[in-house]
Design a protein around this ligand. Structure first.
Ligand code: GDP
Length: 197
């Protein structure tokens, strides 16, 4: 897919204030510092589109970007940042759960996972929730340039094995590096595939 245009639309905390649900929507989420902003900028080819935040967990809003006048890319606030208070974590949980359950044009959630780690509870719990709610999602293993590809594969296999304990069908996964711009065609091709269905 060629990205001709990527524009920021709006930030808000309420599903009923999001843009009209007339275009397919793809949401990106993951633990703070997972490389979400870098990935969004790499995918769209716009360096400063999503802000690579210096303070993790700072952006607590639903951010809509319109791509090619054809689909929405949504940057969701990250989870699992220790310095965020219990209250704001609860607010985050409510907002995200509500968004996931009620955003009718949500075509797929991209769950970003740092490829350097063996399975982490917050990632597994979040995907459990998506699976239980029947929300379509895929996994994106980020920062793959940080270690050998065999190490990345090891971590991916460990995630899939964990998930196999709960689910018969495993989600699709992608491997990306914003640094080396890898995985871009695969992720954008997948979005294009769904858009054409
Ligand atoms: P966010 O908090 O999830 O939006 O994460 P950021 O995109 O701000 O990235 C967090 C840190 O990881 C920054 O220092 C980035 O430069 C770095 N980073 C993000 N993606 C990659 C990647 O693919 N490779 C490498 N080596 N570093 C990355």
């Amino acid at each position: 897919m060629i990205i001709r245009e990527a524009k920021f639309m709006m930030s808000n905390s309420r599903v009923d204030q999001c843009p009209p649900p007339t275009l397919p929507e793809y949401a990106f989420i993951g633990r703070s510092n997972v490389g979400k902003s870098s990935l969004i900028n790499m995918l769209t080819g716009h360096k400063g589109l999503a802000k690579t935040s210096s303070l993790p967990g700072k952006t607590q809003l639903i951010n809509h970007f319109l791509i090619n006048d054809n689909w929405y890319l949504v940057d969701l606030p990250g989870y699992g940042y220790a310095k965020v208070s219990k209250d704001s974590r609860a607010t985050w949980g409510k907002m995200i759960n509500y968004y996931m359950r009620n955003r009718e044009n949500l075509a797929c959630v991209f769950v970003l996972i740092d490829s350097r780690h063996s399975p982490l509870a917050p990632d597994l719990e979040f995907m459990e929730m998506l699976g239980a709610e029947g929300i379509p999602f895929v996994m994106v293993f980020t920062k793959a340039d940080k270690q050998s590809s065999s190490r990345t594969q090891q971590n991916i296999t460990a995630y899939l094995q964990k998930m196999q304990q709960s689910w018969d069908e495993l989600p699709r996964h992608f491997i990306t590096s914003a640094e080396e711009k890898t995985g871009r065609e695969e992720v954008l091709g997948f979005i294009e595939e769904i858009n054409q269905q």
